[in-house]
Design a protein around this ligand. Sequence first.
Ligand code: ZN
Ligand code: ZN
Ligand code: FE
Length: 754
Amino acid sequence: MKNNETYLIHVKGLVQGVGFRPFVYRLAHRFHLNGTVENSNDGVFVRVTGNFKDIEIFAKAIETEAPVASNVDSVDVKKIDFEDFIDFKIVKSKNLSEAITDISPDIAVCDACLDDMKTQPHRIEYPFINCTNCGPRFSIIKDLPYDREKTTMAPFVMCDACRSEYEDVLDRRFHAQPVACNTCGPVYKLDISGEKIDDLPEILKNISLLIKRGEIVAVKGVGGFQIACDAQNEETVKRLRKLKSREGKPFAVMFSGLDVLRRFAYINDVEEKSLTSWRRPILILKEKEKLAPSISVGFDTIGAMLPYMPFHYQLFEHLDLPAIVLTSGNISDEPIVIENEEALEKLSGIAGAVLTYNREIYNRTDDSVAMVVNNRERIIRRSRGYSPEPVNLELNVDGIFAAGAELVNCFCIGKGNQAIMSQHIGDLKNLETLEFYSEAFGRFKKLFRFEPSVAVCDMHPDYLSSRFANDIGVPVIEVQHHHAHIASCMAEYGLDEKVIGVSFDGTGLGDDGNIWGGEFFVCDLADYERYTHFDYVPLPGGDTVTKEPWRTAVSYLYKYIGKEFLNLQIPFVEELDFSKAEVMLQAIDKKINCPLSSSAGRLFDAVAALTGVCGVSKFHAEAPMRLESVVDYRMHHAYPFDFGDTVSFGNTMFDIVDDLLYGESVSEISTKFHNTVINSILAVVSQMRKETGLDKVVFSGGTFQNRYILSNVETILTLEGFKVYTQSRIPSNDAGIALGQLVIAAKRREIEEW
Ligand code: ZN
Ligand code: ZN
Ligand code: FE
């Protein structure tokens, strides 16, 4: 006892709302150490008294044995004034502002619970089993502090068995708020055209039968309803496409397990880690063996995920199928359905049976989507399993509301120096999505005790998000779209300095009134200077070009070749409707509904249309995606381009036309074009480095979801001595815009002292 000293162990990282304090308690118990554990704004503090050797091992165990959903960044041990503790205590959070970090994302069911499902008498085959390490969180939390009464578990009264586990600090279910069992917890109910079944074995039998028979079913998931069917039944998948009025976008697929998935897709170590992580995203993988062709509609990739709810495991046990389509339960672009009544009403037109359960979903979350490029997970849609995990910043962002952009919208709120991004909301183009946006904002205000003092939005006055920001009654700052993209990536890395910013995407309003999207900035968080950009090209018909890439191709040909392009003997021109084209050319000449655009997305559109890969687009960014999908990774040739005041692809177009005349393959043309874009980036940023001395290059914008562009740009620029920053935890598409807006506003507030 003489050698006993008191130490303060500071654990930093994602350590709150994940059962970390009970975990430390149990660990201290095992090590026979006395002291305290408590949450703070800056992680978890543990005070323990003992000899240094023991405490060193104890601190190591905190790191190595931490709960699955936690993420320990650092564990610091330092000696403090001696204190004689008589036991080990969890010190309760007093401060509400600290309690906000207690809201964890939803966590996939853990292995221990899957075991308990087979062995624990009161939880045999219980489909809502959970523990402090797993189960629903964000989707069921209505208010703070995070206690059972403040969740949608409130109506369920714990049975004696559950309560004793819940109250026993040494139990895995100590203070697991959604704790439940066969006696006391939520239950499923299956509705087959009015006939109701509530016995689980019967439900599983019936659902499996329906799926195997080629029927479509609706299933209530963690964050909303989903539509499921046999992923190998082409006829059914086709029917589902029709019923969902979703023509082109690939469907996500859930596989029964990792080994089965390996048969259908190539998986590297990083991809395996992502797929099996507690976050369980849909991961975009390279396809090996085909499922029903209508799932991936011509792409050689597959959006795959593994089971994450106990029910998914049970279903696959009964199904004896390798995979099911599991797509959002909604009608075309509306938010996914979360209410039982609404599901029975709206989804029964698509699904022959609807599976509900009697626990309310409070916060709607879609499945998240990610991919792995250069051995790092890149989030594309950030929702279940990720939201509302905060982004920690050096900046004070308190009281700032960032409204986001329009497509794949997320908003963001600032609490202290944490940015909290909303779950995926969707395209803010219809009333239902706007309602969801407004409702989610209201819930974030309550949940995170947030009161906006300033709002920040895109410069585009017509975005519904911009209008929303202007309607909440606080001062509003407008931010340029591509500056926000770059700032979003900077925020991810805590950059607060002058950098080179490369922002490529489909569309965003520029400060000259034109449509930007192929932008090179010298910028910091507060401001930007447009160094150069892709050449302006008129977009005949304005917004319609996004659905009709062939229009942009006509415009490119007209700009660089002149009217003679109509004589070219290439398939694109031969198939062109000349009377339509004539009208377009006149509109371009007279500048009628032909906004100018420097967008990289439109350049990809033009090449996709020109090569016949995609002339008419059925879903957002289809043309660039299809163009990317034919790239040959072994080819290094490229086309010429010009870089003067702007970056011009006139000579690129000439040579593409030549290649088309010579009958070169689409794959070769696409690859050379991709390489040209990569070369143009290298040329411009090299020049910028020479002139400015800056060597940090920050990339963002939807174009950097193109794997070939992203991986090559990152690799090549790093080899050229640049420090390269690309997005990983925050989407590089418009879903990341809100974070950028937030930090820009915060930085301006700091500098201008308002
Ligand atoms: Zn568990
Ligand atoms: Zn119970
Ligand atoms: Fe954008």
